[in-house]
Design a protein around this ligand. Structure first.
Ligand SMILES: Nc1ncnc2c1ncn2[C@@H]1O[C@H](COP(=O)(O)OP(=O)(O)O)[C@@H](O)[C@H]1O
Ligand SMILES: [Mg+2]
Length: 341
């Protein structure tokens, strides 16, 4: 009989239900609700693992250390508690203890967290990204180089933390307000780039080497007027969750030319950042169909269908005929193959 593998699922739990108006939501934006983790554990058991759940809190190292000899494989689904290198904390511990794990290395995870460093690496690999400027505080507005409209984001956050309708700015006063907001909530400088008001694509990649699953495109024409055409906290947590129409188009309707361009850029991004097992890449086009990489999620959100039917990656997998448990199997088997376990 084949022995069941012991899988450590490492995750962060959200304590406050997402509310775009509540600043705490921004700090926990990457974290998962308890039902998400509960269902993930059930599915992982169903596909044959003994699951050791480990919350990635301050005691995470002690828990991982205690289990280190019995863990065959870890599934790092953590996002870190604080700091500009928070995504790398748990994978760093796993690397130190020589525990094999699914999802990307501590180095890659921190690179994808830091929008400045990530874009510098992408640019050095001839992968198209937008120009950007970092503003330490609002007095930097006088040295602004880029023309309006601009979008203001935190430098090192994910899951649309700090991104709301107000993040799109058209004048100095609004830019100053958003820089202040980023300074206050995240205690970091603000990251600013041109606002592209055209098409957005979310590109799911799976396996080593990766295959590209059906591409998702939000249909912004279905957004109520009060929402700007971005994947803001409001859109992610309120609109998408109530959404019964076809807001997330998957597979996106693409001409051969743009599809080829997206696939080439996605694979080049995967290679340049040395991603493992799974990621989802956000891209936008300008009016001339030039494509730019905005953001890399490695790993992306993986909310099970019992909790949400609009979690991007599982939705794209379903469009490819891959149900949730099969998706988990593919992610973990990719890691198992990588380590030759
Ligand atoms: N330069 C941009 N132009 C237009 N929309 C943008 C731009 N940057 C971000 N957005 C919008 O904001 C969303 C979140 O930004 P993103 O860079 O992906 O940050 P996060 O790491 O929080 O996901 C994107 O999915 C997109 O809708
Ligand atoms: Mg994103």
């Amino acid at each position: 009989m084949v022995k069941r593998k012991n899988l450590a699922l490492i995750y962060n739990l959200r304590r406050h239900y997402p509310d775009p108006k509540d600043p705490r939501s921004n700090l926990e934006a990457d974290f998962d609700d308890p039902p998400t983790i509960g269902w993930m554990i059930k599915h992982l058991k169903k596909i044959g693992y003994n699951v050791i759940p480990i919350e990635a809190d301050e005691k995470a190292y002690l828990k991982i250390y205690r289990h280190r000899k019995s863990i065959d494989l870890a599934f790092d689904f953590s996002f870190g508690l604080w700091g500009e290198n928070k995504y790398g904390h748990i994978p760093g511990m796993l690397e130190m203890l020589r525990i094999p794990f699914a999802t990307s290395s501590s180095f890659t995870r921190n690179l994808t967290l830091n929008k400045v460093k990530m874009k510098q690496i992408l640019a050095a690999n001839n992968i198209p990204t937008l120009p950007f400027q970092v503003f330490k505080n609002k007095s930097d507005v006088k040295i602004k180089k880029l023309p309006y409209p601009l979008i203001v984001k935190p430098i090192a956050q994910g899951s649309s933390a700090g991104i709301t309708n107000k993040s799109i700015v058209k004048r100095d006063k609004e830019l100053e307000r958003q820089i202040n907001f980023i300074n206050t909530i995240f205690n970091t400088p603000a990251f600013v780039e041109p606002f592209l008001d055209f098409r957005e694509f979310s590109v799911p990649l799976l396996g080593n080497p990766p295959r590209i699953l059906p591409i998702i495109e939000p249909d912004f024409s279905l957004l109520p007027k009060k929402y700007r055409h971005i994947d803001s906290l409001e859109v992610k947590w309120i609109f998408e969750e109530q959404e019964e129409t076809n807001y997330l188009v998957c597979p996106a309707k693409l001409s051969g030319t743009i599809k080829n361009k997206i696939e080439k850029v996605a694979l080049a991004t995967w290679d340049a950042l040395e991603i493992n097992d799974i990621c989802r890449i956000d891209m936008r086009t300008d009016r001339n169909e030039n494509l730019y990489v905005l953001d890399v999620n490695a790993p992306p959100g993986l909310i099970p269908p019992e909790v949400s039917m609009t979690s991007y990656f599982p939705l794209a997998a379903r469009a490819a005929g891959i149900e949730y448990e099969e998706l988990l199997k593919i992610i973990l088997n990719s890691a198992i193959k990588r380590y030759r376990l």
